[in-house]
Design a protein. Sequence first.
Length: 375
Amino acid sequence: MGLDVLSLNYTLSIVMAGSFILGISSGVLSSFAVLRQQSLLGDVISHAAFPGITLAFLWMMTKDPLGLFFGALVSGWIGTLLVKSIVTYTKLSMDTAFGIVLSVFFGLGIVLLSYIQRLPTSDKAGLNSFLFGSASTLLLQDLIVMGLFCFIILVFLGLFWKEFKLLTFDTSFMSSMGFPVAKLDMLLTILLVMAIVLGLQMVGVVLMSAMMIAPAAAARQWTSHLGLMVFLAGFIGLLSGCIGTLVSNAIPQVSTGPMIVVVISIMVIISLVFAPHRGLVCNWIKGYYHRVNIRANSILMNMLLFSESKTDPYHCHQLSALVAIGRGPSLRTMLQLKRQKLVQNPQDDLWGFTELGYKKALTLKKSLYSQSHEH
């Protein structure tokens, strides 16, 4: 019993550490992929890496994690080069190039996997886990390889932070300053390929694209600053990896990779709905108050139009008369203006300016007059 618990804790620790590494590496690089409008490139790379895994196995006839990683890395990089070549040298669009490379490479990978499954070797077991991910098959040597390449990604990201920032937002200015744009673009793409290949065993070819889109999509809702966005995307990826691992461990027969994707999808939904400044709830509240403000200003201008026909600007008017000359005030809006001390209501159906309200109406009129003359 004690050995079973120890084994379970050891396996959970390995999977948790793998989720930690995957969340950080995919999270920080997803920001650059999303901001450069290369989100679907992650899907292409993950599918293009699959034949590299099978070819590396056929070359070594063993599931050496470093060898499989380099096979996937080379295959994913070749797929990326093919996408760029198709777009550069043909009239096909980017999405068409994505579809061609993704389907061809993935089909090749499936064919090679079918061939491997017929080979008389015990080492072939587990290769199909790269399709949908199988975090429970992670070994310590897999974790070491993942940690090593995650460290390389973070080091290069730190060393070329300013260059990658310029590459993301203003390649024309970067080129005019003499920076090697093509080489830096190649370096960033290689790091992106590395981050995707790192997660194939945990999340799988099919779902890995979500890890290259969702963290940045969620982080973008919370900030407009690149540095903070990269940090938040890494943290969201890390957090979703840890939570997904714990939930899948608590619920029998639930795979870790899909659960991580489910958790990060929930985080994206929460960010889309509740994030300040960009969330749907915040936008609805701002839109509501904007409409209320426009209606209130319209009422003040209507009242000013009436007051100009009287010697007393604070003369009160019936609500029905104010309705007749414009879009019309509602009692609710009039009560709101009364709470703001912009109008007074000496009798039930009579409404007039306060001194503060009259000054604001004059200011609005002056502002509208200035805008009309500017145009």
